[in-house]
Design a protein. Structure first.
Length: 720
């Protein structure tokens, strides 16, 4: 007899699916979530399509049972396979992203009380009050009934016992439905044109990709909300992806104001019970709009009608841990599979997306002006060479003057410094020793508020020592350079009267506190804000008149080929927080290199010119978006092992036309979490199948042994 079998993919670091027998009487289809035996354990897996391996009947194990969960849609299965094949992550690891819903929790029914019409044995004033409250609103929960009547719950219990009230179980409350016409805005002509174009795309029910490029404050959010509304009208689902979960709070409020109810949120801090509910609601097509971080891309949408990637240029869309993938790029793939439009939204698009628009692969919608009568901020560079700050200070005279006049006028100012902690480096003034992480090639960052030195790469923490660990001289350790904590000290000394808020991820206890703080700022209860990149993204602080960038050169001195692009994006975005309300905005950029093309572009607002020059530079160097890159990082506990294997790997690389392999070279962070790292960089022309090439290379090359590992990053953003 031929036994019926099924392929089951498990959410673990394996690429292949396993073959299991299907017991008599059980029916399974691709996407079904099942329990299977795995060694001596039990595991949850997903029935996959395609062939598994042949298993001799005697060794074939049966599926244990099928879970009571909505199956993963066919499209999600295809998507997992696609992402795994492109990124070279094992399929099981990618599946784990898609199966994150966890087990659905049986929802307790809502219990309410209602009158039976029978009178209690004895009537008291308290009992009368309860019954009269219920007469007005037929059903209530016990707690709210007692509260509304102003009696103890014992009174209600008495009425239940005597049969004057009865219990009723209601099904769980349905999700609030979003109304596309709840509160539509009046759009400007420019906004309306863009919105109409997007709405047309949603109606067409085919794949298209559109870059929505609009200056900060042009109303990009308002525009894509119209496309979301159209998806709602068609009864279809929409996914809106944001780079930062701190942003979701404000965005969800805007959605709620626009549609009369909150969309579903999906990110790492959503409690697991809620996640399970949301996962199911998305799978059943009941959750129509999801606002989430990159992992929302792996939700089991039933009928996806639109994807929006807001702040599409943001590097936070790239997940740097397993599975390594770029959520913006994979979102385009997802839209292709779903045959729906995708909108990539930004004030400063990535060069990749702009190049796709220039090649005509993406449509390009422009919003060149701010909404209403608001203007973009005027921007000036404060030359730190010509007019340096006082010794030991970081705010120069130009910026200090600008802050002072802003505060005097009763307006808000923001000082941006993308460095957490007190000082990025601690040095011994007796012997010159620099305090370094024991596990990484990185300096330890002083966090004075919590009295620790921390490594921002591995999370290592140690108390701040009193004496130098090298020469043992006491009290000679000195901070070098500023972090936001040190800047805060300076600000307190220079502007003692200002109400100050310091926004840095490590100073906030969770997303809720951060959101509360952002709200306080938006409401104008703070005069001066000091913030890291947390404050640059998409926030609306209506009273903010001045943005001061303390170190505008910070991102430029790196070997990252995208350094100029990144700096341009960050500076445009952070200066774009100024002047969004009634007061005009301005920005001051402190720079030691005032003539740098990035500073010039930001000051003059010559965006097109900047992009053109950057494109030319990239093209000349064969870098993305004109060429392709993959990187292979070999790491091992011992340096010689990493070096040796990296060399053997390089030797085993198949020859290919136009393809170059650089390295192995020591990675910029040569030691990370106690592992030595060597980097191989593959450069290929655009259109080259890099995933296929690297897959073949790794299959034919010697396999790493011991603790040596190889991490593949297709289209890397991070070159450290
Ligand atoms: N048509 C409109 N009617 C009323 N208010 C609008 C309209 N368009 C934009 N606004 C308001 O202008 C501000 C900026 O709009 P929005 O946040 O959508 O811009 P954005 O382009 O997404 O900005 P950024 O890229 O800087 O985050 C918001 O407070 C928004 O409510
Ligand atoms: Zn470290």
């Amino acid at each position: 007899m031929i036994r019926h079998t099924a392929q089951v993919l498990l959410p673990v670091a394996l690429d292949r699916a396993f073959t299991y027998g299907v017991p008599e009487g059980m029916e399974v289809a691709p996407g079904d979530v099942v329990h299977v035996p795995l060694g001596r354990r039990e595991a949850v897996g997903v029935v996959w399509s395609g062939a598994g391996e042949d298993v001799p009947p005697a060794r074939l194990k049966n599926i244990i049972d099928k879970l009571d969960r909505t199956a993963l849609p066919e499209q999600l299965i295809q998507f997992v396979d696609w992402v795994a094949a492109y990124t070279l992550n094992p399929r099981g690891i990618v599946l784990r992203m898609a199966a994150r819903g966890g087990n659905p929790v049986e929802e307790a029914p809502r219990v309410v009380l209602q009158p039976t019409g029978r009178s209690p044995g004895r009537m008291t004033p308290a009992r009368e009050k309860v019954l009269s409250v219920l007469a007005a609103s037929a059903q209530m929960s016990k707690a709210s009934l007692a509260a509304a009547a102003g009696v103890s719950s014992g009174v209600v219990d008495g009425l239940l016992r005597e049969g004057a009230l009865e219990r009723l179980e209601l099904p769980p409350e349905p999700l609030p439905s979003l109304d596309p016409d709840h509160h539509p805005p009046v759009l400007s002509d420019q906004q309306q044109a863009a919105a109409t174009a997007l709405i047309e795309k949603v109606r067409s029910r085919t794949f298209s990709a559109t870059l929505v490029e609009g200056v900060t404050g042009s109303g990009k959010t308002e525009v894509y909300l119209e496309a979301v509304a159209e998806a709602l009208r068609l009864g279809r689902q929409a996914l809106v992806m944001l780079p930062e979960i701190a942003l979701t709070g404000a965005v969800i409020e805007r959605f709620a104001a626009r549609f009369g109810a909150e969309p579903a949120a999906w990110h790492s801090t959503v409690p697991s019970k809620q996640r399970a509910k949301t996962w199911e609601a998305v799978a059943r097509g009941e959750a129509k709009v999801v606002v989430g971080a990159r992992s929302a891309l792996f939700l089991p949408f039933r009928d996806l009608g639109l994807i929006v990637v807001d702040e599409e240029h943001d590097p936070a869309f790239k997940q740097e841990e397993m599975p390594i993938y770029h959520a913006r790029d994979m979102a385009v793939v997802r839209a292709t599979l779903a045959a729906c439009p995708i909108a990539l939204v930004s004030a400063t698009p990535s060069l990749e997306t702009r190049a796709n628009a220039a090649r005509g692969r993406y449509d390009h919608l422009l919003l060149p002006e701010r909404f209403g009568s608001r203007a973009l901020p005027t921007i000036a560079v404060a030359d730190m060479v010509a007019r340096p700050p006082q010794r030991g200070r970081f705010i120069g005279p130009d910026l200090e003057g600008a802050v002072r006049s802003t505060l005097d006028a009763g307006h808000q100012a923001l000082l941006f410094l993308n460095r957490r902690g007190y000082a990025p480096l601690t040095l011994c003034r007796a012997c010159g020793h620099r305090l370094q992480c024991p596990n990484c090639s990185a300096w330890l960052v002083e966090h004075r508020y919590r009295g620790q030195l921390a490594c921002h790469h591995c999370g290592h923490n140690e108390p701040i020592p009193r004496e130098c660990p090298s020469c043992h001289t006491p009290d000679k350790l000195a901070p070098v350079g500023p972090g936001v904590e040190r800047l805060a000290d300076e600000v307190r000394a220079v502007f003692p009267e200002a109400r100050l808020s310091v926004l840095s991820s490590d100073l906030m206890h969770g997303v809720d506190q951060l959101r509360a703080e952002l709200k306080t700022i938006a409401e104008g209860q703070v005069d001066l804000v000091i913030g890291t990149q947390l404050v640059t993204k998409g926030h609306n602080f209506p009273g903010l008149a001045l943005v001061g960038v303390v170190d505008a050169d910070l991102g430029l001195g790196t070997a990252d080929p995208r350094a100029a692009e990144r700096t341009f994006q960050v500076l445009d975005q952070v200066t774009g927080r100024a002047g969004r309300g009634a007061v005009a905005g301005r920005a001051v950029l402190q720079s030691f290199d005032a003539r740098h093309p990035v500073m010039k572009a930001i000051v003059s607002g010559e965006r097109a010119g900047f992009y053109e020059t950057e494109m030319e530079t990239r093209e000349a160097a064969g870098l993305p978006p004109f060429g392709r890159i993959a990187s292979l990082v070999v790491s091992a506990a011992e340096r010689p092992a990493a070096e040796h294997f990296a060399r053997r790997l390089a030797q085993a690389a198949p020859r290919a036309d136009d393809l170059r392999i650089l390295g192995p070279a020591e990675a910029a962070i040569a030691l990370l979490r106690g592992r030595h790292r060597m980097r191989l960089t593959v450069k290929a022309p655009r259109g080259f199948d890099l995933s296929g090439y690297v897959r073949q290379w790794l299959a034919e090359a010697p396999q790493p042994s011991g603790n040596t590992t190889v991490t593949v990053d297709i289209d890397p953003l991070n070159f450290l």
